[in-house]
Structure formats: structure tokens, C-alpha cells
Write a protein of this length. Structure first.
Lengths: 290, 332
């Protein structure tokens, strides 16, 4: 096909050479890009396995001359760093946020899509308006509200304000539009309750949308730094990103330690990414948001 | 999360569906009441509040009197906070610096990001089907990584003696800068070196996102268009500029708006990697808001800066919509 429509006919062999060269160049560029993307990861993983004495060598080494697990040992045995506690904090906040967001977004999205009621357009306009406000603009009142509610310095303070996600509602509403209303009517004729229709008819069909929203809520909450930074003050209640900056401020020049801590914080996400890469990337392409 | 672009780009469909029966009202209002109450309380109320707070000299350390502690020791000062932005004070000077730096960062990030992601998307798309997913997965990896971990690891990569970057620059025989993140005198073409360093690390983390969007958009272009171009005798270069690029216009608008908005809101590298330094060369609005509100407890002043950030976000979005909206009605 390609050769058939090549605009300026060349002799067969030179055309093939040209294409071969193009292919080679293509992969050289793609591989160079991949190396630049991966090298920071590789470098910090390698650094975390270097002994402290090797870190301060000038010029620096790329591969560790002596592999050492000392940095990880130091972190795991540091009584001021109960790692399991921080993993648990991050996991608790993230899982709660994901589950609640999926529920409220799909329920509200379904109602906004398939029901006609007084005030619908006004309420939906409020949701759209909220989408236009960056968190950074409203973080001060957000903090003051949490102070009034005595939710400051509590993991619930990280969960409750995020229980309803305007973007999630918007996304779910878009998706539910593709589900035929006839099906809902059929459910009604069969005697299903309104909530039963949502729970048993609508939800099971929303797999891709729920997966996309769930993955992104997970990523956003797990990696979030600014919100926990203003809410959490007690060391034991820190989430992983807060732990990492604190640890960095304590051991700033000990790169073996800070890099090992960074690896430990990144690891769960990277492992999840290796397994769910396809869904994650597809979800971005589908929803187009971060 | 700023998703300004999305609601603006999609039309709201007119009401469809049926009117409510009485028993359905219970379900609809029963479900929506708590959901909308939470949204109003935690998302809409703060917006109104910040627009009130910016007219007060408010600090949470002072117990004011009246509604929400506004009044008494936290007095109403009208446009005082906004006037202070032009004052000859150090805090005002730092604010103005952060304003300029925020715009500089956003304006530099967008073209660099596009110059990398758009050609790279075309390259990935023209690679073999089996390798496509592989490259895409690698390029997307930094996006899912914690921004804090990225800031800490790039802080180390930029280390003048022990860092990887200077090691690489020396290896290819060039003279690296003495200090990437701490030398206030290192300025290239009016851009401080520390700012360049943050841009490098930010683009490294962020480019995979736009790449994936562009790849998806490229896959959405029907082959007939390209085939038709080939029949007409277009080479790959012409095909890209005259067929692919115009068809990518809606995606382009989306990507530009999203990239600009998120770069106006960047906080982590400026806080963790450079801490605004050296000499406030990487001080940006979000960091300025955070410092004033939560370190110096000057929340009224910080609220006024938040309003400036909000207006900046709004202005950038409107400008891009004006420039990039497709009037040709080209759809596929």
C-alpha cells in the first residue's frame, strides 16, 4: 500500500534503504526518549543500594561498587519511622476516598442523567462552576472549615471534604448517557426500586468509567501533598508524601537514606502501575484529566 | 484538579428523560440532598469565603469577633490587601516576584511540553503495534510517581558534585554549571537557572500525560484522511502539517488549556526542591499563598493572592480559547 502510493517513484532498492533508515531513526529516537525517562528511576534505585561512603565520592559512581542494604536497614529499624503506620494512613485515606467518590459520583451522575426534576439544571451548573476553581485558590477557607469542624489533624479531615467530587459526577453523567433509558424502564416494569435500578442495573454496566475514575482518584489522593500538608500536624498521622519531605529535612545530605525512602514511597504505585498499566493509560485517554 | 476545559468544551444537553413520579422524588431528592450539601459546604462555600476573606486583615491566631471571626481584631480593610500588592514592602515585592515567576513558568512549560509530546506521539504511533504499548507505558511512568519523590530525586540529580546531571555533562566534555539550584547569579536569557531546573524536572514528570492524550487523538483520526492525502501525492511531512495537525485542533486546545492550568498550580517542586530560592527566583503564587497563609498566618493577605491566582487561571483559559477555538467546523 505504502509503496504503491509513494509520490515520487524511486528505484525499489533505494526506497527500501530509505524506509529502513527511517525505521532505524524512529527506534533510535524512541529508545533515547525511553532512556531519558527511565534513567532518573534507575539512578535513585542504584543510589539507594550504595553505602554512605560511596555516595560522597567525587566524581560519583553510576553502578554501586559495593552493594549495600544498609540504607533500607536504617529506615526499617528507625523507631521514629514506623513505616507500616504511614503505609496504613495513606492506604486508609486513599481507599476511603476512592470508594466514597465512586459511590457518590455514580449515584449523582445517574440521577442528573436519567431524571428530570425541579432545580436540575441549576444544581448541575453549580457542579460545573466548581470544576473551574483550583484547590489552591480555596485552600485557606477549606482549612478554616476543617478547624471549625475539629477535623484538623485527623485522617477524616482528609477524607470528608473529598467525599463528593464534581468532576466525578460530571464524568459519570457523560458515561451514563450511553446506557439506554429503555433498560431502566424495563427494570421498573419488573418491579425494581429506584435505588435497585441504580445498584443492580446501572452500576454493573459502568465498569470502564468506574475503573477510570477510581484509578485517578487513587493516584491523586495517594500522591497528594498540599492538602495533607495543611491538615496533618501529628507525626503519626502523616501520609507517605509528608513522611518523605520530613525524612528529607532530617537527613538532607544523606542521599543513600533519602533515596531509599523515596524508593519505598514510590514502590506501591510503581508495582500497581506494572499490573494496571493498560487500564491506567486507557483511562487517561478516555477521560482526559488528571 | 482544574478541569475548566472540560465543561466549557462539551455542550450541556437539553433536559431529556421523564418527569418524576412521587416515589421517585424520594430517591432523587433523598440521594442528592446529602451529596449536594457536601459539595456546597466543602467546595462552594470556600469559594465565597475566599472572596470575602480577601477584604479582611485576617489571621487565625487572633480571635476576632462576629461571624466567622471576621471583625474586631480581624478588621475589614476594603481593598487594603490589593493595594498592598503595589506597595514598597518586602512581602509585596516577593508577591510581585512570585506573580512574574508563575507566568514565566507557565509560558515556558507549554511550548517545551508540546515540542516534546506532539512529535513523540507521532513517533510512537508510527512504531510497531507491539512496541507502541511498551513505549507508551514507559513514557507514562513518571506521571504516576509521587511529585514529592520526584522533587527529592531531581534535587539529587541536580546536585553540583554528586549529581547525575553534572556527571553526564562532564562525560560528554562540556562544563556544567557550578550549582543548578542555589546560584542566584546563574541566569540564562533572563531565566534563572533554578527555574530552568524546575522546568526540566516538571516536564520530565508531566510529559507522559499529554503524550497519551495525543496518541489517543491520533488513533481517532480515520485512515481514510491519510490515504486520501497519499493518493494526492502528499509526503509524510505534508501529511502531518496539512492533515493531522488541523484535525488535532480540538485536542490541541484541550491540551494547551490543561497544561497551562496545571502549571499555574504547581507547588511541590518549588517547595521541596528549591524552596522558592535562590533569592526568590523560584517563588511562585501557590507557594506564596501557602507561606503567607500557613507559615506567617496572614490569611487575609494570602486570600487576596489566591484571588490573583484565580484571575490568572481565568485569563489564561479565555485567551487560549480565543486563540485556538476551531471556527472551521472541522469534525471527524
Amino acid at each position: 500500500m505504502d509503496t504503491f502510493f509513494t509520490p515520487k517513484p524511486r528505484s525499489a532498492s533505494s526506497a527500501r534503504l530509505f524506509r529502513l533508515g527511517g525505521r532505524a531513526l524512529l527506534y533510535v529516537l524512541l529508545i533515547t526518549g525511553a532512556i531519558f525517562t527511565l534513567i532518573p528511576f534507575i539512578w535513585i534505585i542504584l543510589t539507594s543500594f550504595k553505602p554512605a561512603s560511596e555516595i560522597i565520592k567525587i566524581p560519583p559512581t553510576f553502578l554501586p561498587q559495593n552493594w549495600s542494604f544498609k540504607s533500607y536497614e536504617t529506615i526499617f529499624t528507625d523507631p521514629k519511622v514506623p513505616l507500616a503506620r504511614f503505609y496504613l494512613n495513606s492506604t486508609f485515606v486513599t481507599v476511603m476516598r476512592v470508594l466514597i467518590t465512586l459511590f457518590t459520583s455514580s449515584l449523582a451522575g445517574y440521577i442528573f442523567c436519567k431524571y428530570r426534576f425541579a432545580g436540575r439544571n441549576l444544581l448541575f451548573a453549580i457542579i460545573l462552576a466548581q470544576l473551574m476553581i483550583p484547590f489552591q485558590v480555596v485552600m485557606i477557607p477549606e482549612y478554616l472549615i476543617l478547624v471549625k469542624l475539629k477535623l484538623i489533624d485527623s485522617l477524616w479531615g482528609l477524607i470528608i471534604p473529598g467525599m463528593v467530587d464534581a468532576f466525578g459526577i460530571f464524568l459519570m453523567r457523560q458515561f451514563i448517557e450511553s446506557i439506554p433509558s429503555e433498560m431502566i424502564d424495563a427494570g421498573r416494569i419488573d418491579g425494581a426500586s429506584e435505588f435497585g435500578i441504580y445498584w443492580r442495573l446501572i452500576l454493573p454496566q459502568m465498569g470502564p468509567a468506574l475503573a477510570a475514575l477510581g484509578i485517578f482518584t487513587f493516584m491523586a489522593v495517594w500522591n497528594d501533598y498540599l492538602f495533607p500538608l495543611i491538615v496533618i500536624t501529628t507525626p503519626e498521622r502523616r501520609t507517605l508524601p509528608l513522611l518523605l519531605t520530613w525524612y528529607n529535612s532530617q537527613h538532607g545530605s544523606r542521599y543513600d537514606l533519602t533515596m531509599a525512602a523515596s524508593v519505598l514511597v514510590m514502590l506501591p504505585m510503581l508495582v500497581a502501575y506494572i499490573f494496571f498499566q493498560r487500564w491506567i493509560v486507557r483511562g487517561v485517554a478516555m477521560t482526559g484529566f488528571k | 484538579m482544574a478541569n475548566v476545559a472540560i465543561p466549557l468544551m462539551k455542550k450541556i444537553e437539553p433536559d431529556k428523560g421523564q418527569r418524576l413520579w412521587p416515589w421517585q422524588k424520594w430517591f432523587v431528592y433523598g440521594s442528592l440532598t446529602p451529596i449536594m450539601a457536601l459539595l456546597l459546604f466543602f467546595s462552594i462555600l470556600p469559594v465565597l469565603w475566599v472572596f470575602v476573606l480577601c477584604f479582611y486583615n485576617y489571621s487565625p491566631t487572633r480571635a476576632g469577633s462576629g461571624f466567622l471571626d471576621m471583625g474586631g481584631a480581624n478588621p475589614f480593610i476594603g481593598l487594603g490587601n490589593f493595594k498592598a500588592m503595589f506597595a514598597d514592602l518586602q512581602t509585596s515585592a516577593i508577591f510581585r516576584k512570585s506573580f512574574v515567576n508563575t507566568i514565566m513558568f507557565a509560558i515556558l512549560v507549554l511550548p517545551i511540553n508540546l515540542a516534546i509530546t506532539l512529535p513523540l506521539a507521532v513517533l510512537v504511533e508510527s512504531s510497531q503495534a507491539r512496541l507502541k504499548g511498551f513505549f507508551r507505558a514507559i513514557y507514562f511512568m513518571p506521571v504516576i510517581t509521587s511529585a514529592v519523590a520526584v522533587a527529592i530525586m531531581w534535587g539529587y540529580i541536580f546536585h553540583p558534585q554528586q549529581g547525575l546531571l553534572n556527571l553526564m555533562i562532564k562525560t560528554i566534555g562540556l562544563t556544567p554549571p557550578r550549582a543548578w539550584l542555589t546560584d542566584p547569579r546563574a541566569v540564562y536569557f533572563g531565566i534563572p537557572l533554578a527555574m530552568i531546573a524546575v522546568i526540566i524536572s516538571y516536564i520530565w514528570q508531566d510529559f507522559g500525560y499529554n503524550l497519551v492524550i495525543f496518541i489517543a487523538a491520533l488513533q481517532g483520526i480515520p485512515n481514510e484522511f491519510r490515504d486520501a492525502a497519499k493518493v494526492d501525492g502528499a509526503n509524510a511531512w505534508q501529511e502531518f502539517w496539512q492533515i493531522t495537525l488541523p484535525l488535532l485542533r480540538p485536542t490541541m486546545l484541550f491540551v494547551c488549556v490543561m497544561t497551562t492550568l496545571s502549571s499555574l498550580q504547581v507547588f511541590v517542586p518549588f517547595q521541596v526542591m528549591t524552596n522558592g530560592g535562590p533569592a526568590f527566583q523560584t517563588e511562585v503564587l501557590v507557594k506564596n499563598i501557602y507561606d503567607n497563609a500557613f507559615r506567617y498566618k496572614q490569611m487575609g493577605w494570602a486570600a487576596a493572592i489566591s484571588i490573583v491566582l484565580f484571575l490568572l487561571v481565568l485569563i489564561f483559559t479565555v485567551i487560549q480559547f480565543r486563540l485556538l477555538r476551531s471556527d472551521s467546523g472541522l469534525e471527524y
